[in-house]
Design a protein around this ligand. Structure first.
Ligand SMILES: Nc1ncnc2c1ncn2[C@@H]1O[C@H](COP(=O)(O)OP(=O)(O)OP(=O)(O)O)[C@@H](O)[C@H]1O
Length: 262
Protein backbone atom coordinates (compact mmCIF):
# COMPACT_ATOMS: atom_id res chain seq x y z
CA UNK A 1 0.00 0.00 0.00
CA UNK A 2 1.37 3.42 -0.88
CA UNK A 3 0.69 6.93 0.30
CA UNK A 4 -1.29 8.84 -2.33
CA UNK A 5 -1.70 12.15 -0.52
CA UNK A 6 0.59 13.80 1.99
CA UNK A 7 0.64 17.28 3.42
CA UNK A 8 3.36 18.69 5.60
CA UNK A 9 2.74 21.80 7.69
CA UNK A 10 0.28 23.00 5.06
CA UNK A 11 -0.88 26.49 5.88
CA UNK A 12 -3.18 29.12 4.40
CA UNK A 13 -3.75 32.56 5.79
CA UNK A 14 -6.40 35.00 4.61
CA UNK A 15 -5.28 38.40 5.88
CA UNK A 16 -4.99 37.97 9.62
CA UNK A 17 -6.96 34.71 9.69
CA UNK A 18 -5.24 31.32 9.56
CA UNK A 19 -7.81 29.11 7.83
CA UNK A 20 -5.52 26.05 7.68
CA UNK A 21 -2.87 25.99 10.35
CA UNK A 22 0.13 23.75 9.59
CA UNK A 23 -1.83 20.59 8.81
CA UNK A 24 0.21 17.43 8.36
CA UNK A 25 -1.74 14.42 7.11
CA UNK A 26 -1.32 11.37 4.93
CA UNK A 27 -3.84 9.22 3.09
CA UNK A 28 -3.05 5.67 2.00
CA UNK A 29 -4.14 4.05 -1.25
CA UNK A 30 -7.58 2.46 -0.94
CA UNK A 31 -8.46 4.36 2.20
CA UNK A 32 -11.65 6.28 2.98
CA UNK A 33 -10.42 9.29 4.93
CA UNK A 34 -12.94 11.67 6.46
CA UNK A 35 -12.52 15.29 7.47
CA UNK A 36 -15.00 16.69 9.98
CA UNK A 37 -15.23 19.81 12.05
CA UNK A 38 -17.54 22.69 12.83
CA UNK A 39 -18.36 25.45 10.34
CA UNK A 40 -15.29 27.55 9.61
CA UNK A 41 -12.85 24.84 10.77
CA UNK A 42 -10.94 25.03 7.49
CA UNK A 43 -12.15 21.84 5.78
CA UNK A 44 -13.05 23.44 2.46
CA UNK A 45 -9.86 25.50 2.42
CA UNK A 46 -7.86 22.30 2.98
CA UNK A 47 -9.70 20.71 0.01
CA UNK A 48 -8.97 23.80 -2.08
CA UNK A 49 -5.29 23.58 -1.17
CA UNK A 50 -5.19 19.92 -2.18
CA UNK A 51 -7.10 20.56 -5.42
CA UNK A 52 -4.98 23.60 -6.29
CA UNK A 53 -7.71 26.24 -6.38
CA UNK A 54 -6.11 27.98 -3.39
CA UNK A 55 -2.34 28.46 -3.00
CA UNK A 56 -0.68 27.60 0.30
CA UNK A 57 0.96 30.32 2.36
CA UNK A 58 3.53 27.70 3.36
CA UNK A 59 3.96 23.95 3.64
CA UNK A 60 4.15 21.06 1.23
CA UNK A 61 1.75 18.78 -0.63
CA UNK A 62 2.58 15.50 -2.32
CA UNK A 63 0.21 13.63 -4.66
CA UNK A 64 1.07 10.10 -5.75
CA UNK A 65 4.63 10.70 -4.60
CA UNK A 66 5.07 13.92 -6.59
CA UNK A 67 5.53 17.34 -5.07
CA UNK A 68 2.33 19.13 -6.08
CA UNK A 69 1.86 22.31 -4.03
CA UNK A 70 2.99 24.55 -6.91
CA UNK A 71 1.19 22.62 -9.66
CA UNK A 72 -1.95 24.12 -11.25
CA UNK A 73 -5.22 22.21 -10.79
CA UNK A 74 -5.18 20.58 -14.22
CA UNK A 75 -1.71 19.10 -13.60
CA UNK A 76 -3.02 17.62 -10.35
CA UNK A 77 -5.87 16.05 -12.37
CA UNK A 78 -3.30 14.48 -14.66
CA UNK A 79 -1.69 12.91 -11.60
CA UNK A 80 -5.05 11.29 -10.76
CA UNK A 81 -6.85 13.74 -8.50
CA UNK A 82 -10.58 14.38 -8.93
CA UNK A 83 -13.07 16.46 -7.01
CA UNK A 84 -16.84 16.61 -6.71
CA UNK A 85 -19.04 19.25 -5.13
CA UNK A 86 -22.18 19.18 -3.03
CA UNK A 87 -24.31 20.30 -5.95
CA UNK A 88 -23.55 17.68 -8.59
CA UNK A 89 -22.20 19.38 -11.71
CA UNK A 90 -23.84 17.63 -14.65
CA UNK A 91 -24.62 18.18 -18.34
CA UNK A 92 -28.37 18.77 -18.33
CA UNK A 93 -28.85 17.71 -21.97
CA UNK A 94 -26.62 14.59 -21.84
CA UNK A 95 -27.85 11.18 -20.82
CA UNK A 96 -25.94 9.22 -18.21
CA UNK A 97 -24.06 7.26 -20.89
CA UNK A 98 -23.28 10.38 -22.94
CA UNK A 99 -22.03 12.16 -19.82
CA UNK A 100 -19.69 9.34 -18.87
CA UNK A 101 -18.47 9.02 -22.46
CA UNK A 102 -17.86 12.76 -22.68
CA UNK A 103 -15.99 12.83 -19.38
CA UNK A 104 -13.79 9.94 -20.46
CA UNK A 105 -13.30 11.40 -23.91
CA UNK A 106 -12.43 14.86 -22.64
CA UNK A 107 -9.58 13.39 -20.67
CA UNK A 108 -8.39 11.14 -23.50
CA UNK A 109 -9.19 12.58 -26.88
CA UNK A 110 -10.69 16.02 -26.60
CA UNK A 111 -14.17 16.84 -27.89
CA UNK A 112 -14.40 13.81 -30.21
CA UNK A 113 -15.02 11.72 -27.10
CA UNK A 114 -18.78 11.98 -27.23
CA UNK A 115 -19.22 10.70 -30.78
CA UNK A 116 -20.41 7.13 -30.35
CA UNK A 117 -19.76 6.29 -34.00
CA UNK A 118 -16.04 6.64 -33.26
CA UNK A 119 -16.11 4.31 -30.26
CA UNK A 120 -13.82 1.35 -30.34
CA UNK A 121 -14.58 -1.94 -28.59
CA UNK A 122 -12.32 -0.76 -25.79
CA UNK A 123 -14.34 2.46 -25.49
CA UNK A 124 -17.57 0.49 -25.26
CA UNK A 125 -16.15 -1.83 -22.62
CA UNK A 126 -14.88 1.14 -20.65
CA UNK A 127 -18.31 2.76 -20.83
CA UNK A 128 -19.99 -0.44 -19.60
CA UNK A 129 -17.49 -0.54 -16.72
CA UNK A 130 -18.18 3.09 -15.87
CA UNK A 131 -21.94 2.53 -15.95
CA UNK A 132 -21.51 -0.42 -13.63
CA UNK A 133 -19.18 1.49 -11.30
CA UNK A 134 -21.65 4.35 -11.22
CA UNK A 135 -24.51 1.94 -10.46
CA UNK A 136 -26.49 3.46 -13.31
CA UNK A 137 -26.47 0.77 -16.00
CA UNK A 138 -30.27 0.67 -16.06
CA UNK A 139 -30.43 4.47 -16.21
CA UNK A 140 -27.89 4.76 -19.04
CA UNK A 141 -30.36 6.60 -21.28
CA UNK A 142 -31.80 8.86 -18.59
CA UNK A 143 -31.14 12.57 -18.34
CA UNK A 144 -29.85 13.98 -15.02
CA UNK A 145 -33.29 15.51 -14.35
CA UNK A 146 -34.76 11.99 -14.39
CA UNK A 147 -32.35 10.74 -11.70
CA UNK A 148 -32.77 10.83 -7.94
CA UNK A 149 -30.44 13.12 -5.96
CA UNK A 150 -28.21 10.25 -4.93
CA UNK A 151 -28.05 8.97 -8.51
CA UNK A 152 -26.96 12.45 -9.59
CA UNK A 153 -24.14 12.30 -7.04
CA UNK A 154 -23.20 8.84 -8.34
CA UNK A 155 -23.08 10.20 -11.89
CA UNK A 156 -20.96 13.21 -10.88
CA UNK A 157 -18.50 10.91 -9.08
CA UNK A 158 -18.56 8.47 -12.02
CA UNK A 159 -17.69 11.31 -14.40
CA UNK A 160 -14.72 12.21 -12.22
CA UNK A 161 -13.55 8.59 -12.27
CA UNK A 162 -14.07 8.60 -16.06
CA UNK A 163 -11.49 11.37 -16.37
CA UNK A 164 -8.95 9.04 -14.79
CA UNK A 165 -9.15 10.12 -11.17
CA UNK A 166 -7.84 7.61 -8.64
CA UNK A 167 -8.00 9.90 -5.61
CA UNK A 168 -11.41 11.47 -5.11
CA UNK A 169 -12.12 14.53 -2.99
CA UNK A 170 -15.83 14.39 -2.18
CA UNK A 171 -17.21 17.63 -0.78
CA UNK A 172 -20.40 17.06 1.23
CA UNK A 173 -21.72 14.24 -0.97
CA UNK A 174 -24.77 13.73 1.27
CA UNK A 175 -25.87 17.35 0.84
CA UNK A 176 -29.43 17.49 -0.41
CA UNK A 177 -30.04 13.75 0.06
CA UNK A 178 -33.04 12.45 1.94
CA UNK A 179 -32.34 10.07 4.82
CA UNK A 180 -33.18 6.93 2.86
CA UNK A 181 -30.64 7.88 0.17
CA UNK A 182 -27.74 8.24 2.62
CA UNK A 183 -27.40 4.47 3.01
CA UNK A 184 -27.24 4.09 -0.77
CA UNK A 185 -24.48 6.71 -0.87
CA UNK A 186 -22.57 4.86 1.86
CA UNK A 187 -22.71 1.58 -0.11
CA UNK A 188 -21.75 3.38 -3.30
CA UNK A 189 -18.66 5.04 -1.82
CA UNK A 190 -17.57 1.77 -0.21
CA UNK A 191 -17.94 0.14 -3.62
CA UNK A 192 -15.58 2.72 -5.11
CA UNK A 193 -13.02 1.92 -2.46
CA UNK A 194 -13.42 -1.81 -3.18
CA UNK A 195 -12.41 -1.00 -6.76
CA UNK A 196 -9.15 0.48 -5.53
CA UNK A 197 -10.06 4.15 -5.47
CA UNK A 198 -8.95 6.35 -2.60
CA UNK A 199 -11.50 8.70 -1.08
CA UNK A 200 -11.13 11.84 1.01
CA UNK A 201 -14.55 13.05 2.10
CA UNK A 202 -15.93 16.06 3.94
CA UNK A 203 -19.45 15.67 5.27
CA UNK A 204 -21.50 17.10 8.08
CA UNK A 205 -23.60 13.92 8.52
CA UNK A 206 -21.66 12.38 11.38
CA UNK A 207 -23.55 9.10 11.34
CA UNK A 208 -22.55 8.58 7.73
CA UNK A 209 -18.93 9.53 8.41
CA UNK A 210 -18.57 7.27 11.43
CA UNK A 211 -19.84 4.28 9.46
CA UNK A 212 -18.07 5.10 6.20
CA UNK A 213 -14.53 6.18 7.03
CA UNK A 214 -11.45 4.12 7.83
CA UNK A 215 -9.91 7.16 9.52
CA UNK A 216 -11.25 10.57 10.41
CA UNK A 217 -9.45 13.83 11.02
CA UNK A 218 -11.26 16.26 13.26
CA UNK A 219 -10.42 19.91 12.55
CA UNK A 220 -11.09 22.94 14.69
CA UNK A 221 -9.93 26.47 13.96
CA UNK A 222 -7.72 25.34 11.10
CA UNK A 223 -5.88 22.71 13.10
CA UNK A 224 -5.97 18.97 13.41
CA UNK A 225 -7.59 18.22 16.75
CA UNK A 226 -7.42 14.45 16.37
CA UNK A 227 -7.01 11.74 13.77
CA UNK A 228 -7.87 8.08 14.10
CA UNK A 229 -10.36 5.33 13.43
CA UNK A 230 -14.00 6.13 14.17
CA UNK A 231 -13.56 4.21 17.43
CA UNK A 232 -10.52 6.22 18.43
CA UNK A 233 -12.29 9.45 17.55
CA UNK A 234 -15.35 8.35 19.51
CA UNK A 235 -13.32 7.85 22.66
CA UNK A 236 -11.15 10.95 22.27
CA UNK A 237 -11.95 13.33 25.11
CA UNK A 238 -10.56 16.39 23.30
CA UNK A 239 -13.00 15.70 20.46
CA UNK A 240 -15.90 15.17 22.83
CA UNK A 241 -15.05 18.36 24.72
CA UNK A 242 -14.74 20.43 21.54
CA UNK A 243 -18.02 19.20 20.16
CA UNK A 244 -19.85 19.23 23.46
CA UNK A 245 -18.68 22.80 23.90
CA UNK A 246 -20.40 23.59 20.64
CA UNK A 247 -23.45 21.53 21.61
CA UNK A 248 -23.06 19.32 18.55
CA UNK A 249 -25.39 16.65 19.83
CA UNK A 250 -25.42 14.96 16.45
CA UNK A 251 -21.78 13.97 16.75
CA UNK A 252 -22.16 12.66 20.26
CA UNK A 253 -25.13 10.55 19.20
CA UNK A 254 -23.11 9.17 16.31
CA UNK A 255 -20.14 8.42 18.49
CA UNK A 256 -22.33 6.50 20.87
CA UNK A 257 -23.92 4.60 18.02
CA UNK A 258 -20.57 3.50 16.68
CA UNK A 259 -19.62 2.45 20.18
CA UNK A 260 -22.74 0.29 20.31
CA UNK A 261 -22.42 -1.09 16.81
CA UNK A 262 -18.92 -2.50 17.20
N1 LIG B 1 -11.34 33.32 0.25
C1 LIG B 1 -11.38 33.56 1.56
N2 LIG B 1 -11.11 34.80 2.03
C2 LIG B 1 -11.15 35.09 3.34
N3 LIG B 1 -11.45 34.18 4.30
C3 LIG B 1 -11.74 32.93 3.89
C4 LIG B 1 -11.74 32.56 2.51
N4 LIG B 1 -12.06 31.23 2.42
C5 LIG B 1 -12.29 30.82 3.68
N5 LIG B 1 -12.09 31.83 4.57
C6 LIG B 1 -12.21 31.74 6.02
O1 LIG B 1 -11.42 30.65 6.45
C7 LIG B 1 -12.06 29.96 7.53
C8 LIG B 1 -12.22 28.51 7.16
O2 LIG B 1 -13.25 28.40 6.17
P1 LIG B 1 -13.62 27.05 5.44
O3 LIG B 1 -14.67 27.36 4.44
O4 LIG B 1 -12.40 26.39 4.98
O5 LIG B 1 -14.23 26.20 6.65
P2 LIG B 1 -15.12 24.89 6.59
O6 LIG B 1 -14.64 24.02 7.71
O7 LIG B 1 -15.12 24.33 5.25
O8 LIG B 1 -16.55 25.43 6.96
P3 LIG B 1 -18.01 24.91 6.47
O9 LIG B 1 -18.24 23.64 7.18
O10 LIG B 1 -18.92 26.01 6.91
O11 LIG B 1 -17.94 24.79 4.97
C9 LIG B 1 -13.37 30.68 7.78
O12 LIG B 1 -13.17 31.59 8.86
C10 LIG B 1 -13.63 31.40 6.48
O13 LIG B 1 -14.37 32.58 6.70
Amino acid sequence: MSTVLETSLLRREFGGLTAVNDVTMSVEEGEIYGIVGPNGAGKTTLFNLIAGTVRPTSGQLTLFGERADRLPSYRRSWLGLGRTFQAAQLFSTHTVAQSLRTARGSARRGIRGWLSSHDTDEDRRALDDLLELTGLTKAADSLPSELTNVQQQQLAIGMTVATGARLLLLDEPSGGLIESEVGQLLDFIRGLRDRGLTIVVIDHKMRLMMHLCDRIMVMTAGEELAVGTPHEIASNTAVQDAYLGRKAAALVTSLEEVGHVK
